[in-house]
Design a protein around this ligand. Structure first.
Ligand code: GLP
Length: 241
């Protein structure tokens, strides 16, 4: 695992560099996209490079990590819509190029299985962007998640719902209770994992991720077993290393 400590703007540039070099060498790269605030500066940087440096995503395909269950198709916090707003609509990703788990499917387990099959059909994810929850979750793999898990339905913890209430008018009761998420095993299949974390509230999770024992109670620790994992953190998030 490689750990880089730098200011947030520089971390975003490093993540964008890794994505750019992949896309320039293979225009049909498969990216893994994450929601949350952590990747936003990376998406800004990719949009800038698309506009100013002709970085094209026309042949790129992308898979999202997770999705809330039951949020209406036009709900602004539906992850599908967040990804469209934050990145897909700002670059030249083709129509249908971004896929996510279908949190509105009638048969949720079937939707999870179909999603796994779609990722496999695309040849797997080349580079997966990740954030980390304060409780050490990646995607929505909450503490206690099997380290070998695949895409499935999960119940969100109270802590995650409180953390995410800021996107729902600070009202925790409006935050969905369930989600569909790639499993830790699914995420570990990606060929390069790039995790971003900034701010003092992430320090404990980053400490566990980098230095803790591998444990389902701190799901991100599974990344210690990945052959190519990059952890990009600012000083505050690195303060317990
Ligand atoms: C949510 C997302 C995760 C994300 C985490 C951290 O729970 N499902 O993918 O990593 O939040 O969010 P943030 O980057 O806003 O701190």
């Amino acid at each position: 695992m490689e750990v880089v400590i730098a200011p947030a703007e520089q971390l975003a540039v490093l993540a964008a560099d890794a994505i750019e070099s992949l896309v320039r060498s293979n225009p049909a790269t498969v990216l893994g996209l994450a929601t949350g605030s952590s990747p936003l500066k990376v998406y800004d940087e990719l949009a800038r490079r698309h506009e100013q440096e002709r970085l094209s995503f026309a042949r790129v395909r992308a898979f999202m990590l997770d999705e809330y269950v039951g949020l209406a198709a036009d709900h602004p916090e539906r992850y599908r819509n967040v990804i469209d707003t934050e990145i897909a609509s700002r670059v030249d990703l083709g129509p249908g190029a971004v896929q996510g788990p279908d949190g509105l499917a009638d048969d949720l387990p079937a939707a999870c299985a179909a999603y796994e099959a779609a990722i496999a059909d695309a040849g797997g994810v080349d580079l997966q962007i990740l954030g980390i929850g304060t409780d050490g979750h990646i995607a929505f793999n909450e503490p206690g998640s099997s380290l070998a898990s695949r895409t499935r339905i999960k119940t969100l913890t109270r802590q995650t719902r409180l953390d995410n209430a800021r996107f729902f008018d600070d009202d925790v009761d409006r935050v969905p209770t369930h989600c569909l998420t790639q499993g830790l095993g699914t995420i570990m299949d990606a060929r390069h994992l790039v995790l971003l974390a900034t701010g003092p509230h992430k320090a404990e999770a980053v400490h566990q991720l980098v230095e803790g024992p591998i444990s389902a109670m701190w799901p991100a620790t599974v990344m210690q077993m990945h052959p190519h994992a990059t952890v990009l953190v600012d000083d505050a998030a690195a303060s317990r290393l």
